[in-house]
Design a protein around this ligand. Structure first.
Ligand SMILES: COc1ccc(C(=O)/C=[SH]/C[C@H](NC(=O)CC[C@H](N)C(=O)O)C(=O)NCC(=O)O)cc1OC
Length: 268
């Protein structure tokens, strides 16, 4: 390979798993070491990509300078930390690293709970999904209150656990907007709120905005994920064009309104 060969990340724009990599690369000063290649999930994957990914579909995937593939965002994070150890984002102390891994172990259920909540189309199930989401936040609050009662982040700085969770906190702007979800302003949620708010305002995590998430995830709120098309629609809210910034804010009433392509600003 030539000396200026760079790693390539094949990714879906706005995907939270890809944003984790962007945050870590920013923290490590490696933003220029990687080229991000956008993949349009509203159209079939090109054959050359399917061959690289051995016909698996989930992204992100990292291609090393010599053409080897690493998949799974948490694995890619650890690969980048192992390969570029300075500055190390994860905790160096074995027990402290175990604590951040215990917190990271909660992320799967937390993320899936939030995505199932936004995808729900049954108005009668709304409160059950809200209670399940609140239970996830209480789990995080309890863990943080035990391991870092007076802290803001889990440890002194924005670290690996923050890198893993922050993209999900930002995707859940779609719950605030389409489900009118909010953390109660009570003691049960004080510690996790402090953590969440500090994560979302960190300078390394500014890859997406509230309005961008709300507009692009409209179809998720109507029950169609990963670029799938809704009945009567010709374009996905995940489409690259027209740019999301040129589109109007979608209707918030996901249970009572089904916006058209034109109303969503998807028709050029
Ligand atoms: C209904 O639950 C969910 C729905 C969507 C997503 C999401 O963010 C997809 S982001 C885009 C999605 N990528 C992943 O799910 C990657 C997950 C993988 N475990 C990682 O950490 O990299 C993808 O490539 N989809 C296209 C495909 O697989 O063909 C998360 C959810 O819960 C975890």
């Amino acid at each position: 390979m030539t000396s200026d060969a760079r790693m390539i990340v094949y990714h879906i724009p706005v995907c939270p798993f890809s944003q984790r990599l962007e945050i870590l690369l920013d923290l490590k000063g490696l933003k220029d070491a990687v080229t991000f290649h956008k993949v349009d999930i509203t159209v079939p994957r090109p054959d050359w990509l399917q061959q690289k990914l051995r016909n698996t579909t989930a992204l992100p995937a990292l291609e090393t300078e010599d053409g080897r593939i690493v998949k799974e965002s948490l694995v890619i994070l650890r690969y980048l930390e192992d390969r570029f150890p300075e500055p190390m984002i994860r905790q160096a102390d074995p027990y402290r690293h175990a604590v951040e891994n215990m917190l990271i172990a909660f992320e799967g259920d937390f993320t899936t709970t939030g995505y199932r909540y936004v995808l729900n189309q049954d108005r009668d199930q709304r409160d059950a999904f809200r209670q399940a989401m609140l239970a996830q936040y209480r789990k995080l609050d309890d863990f943080l209150a035990h391991h870092s009662p007076q802290g803001t982040f889990l440890f002194e700085e924005f670290g690996l656990a923050e890198t893993v969770f922050t993209p999900m906190f930002m995707r859940f702007w779609f719950l605030d907007y389409y489900e009118d979800f909010a953390l109660p302003d009570t003691a049960d949620y004080a510690r996790v709120r402090r953590w969440r708010d500090a994560c979302m305002s960190h300078p390394a995590a500014r890859q997406v905005t509230h309005d961008e998430i709300v507009k692009l995830y409209y179809d998720y709120a109507k029950g169609a994920g990963n670029g799938a098309l809704l009945p009567g629609r010709r374009f996905s809210s995940f489409a690259f064009e027209p740019h999301w910034a040129t589109r109007p804010m979608p209707p918030r009433d996901k249970y009572g309104v089904s916006a058209t392509d034109t109303e969503l600003g998807l028709v050029v």
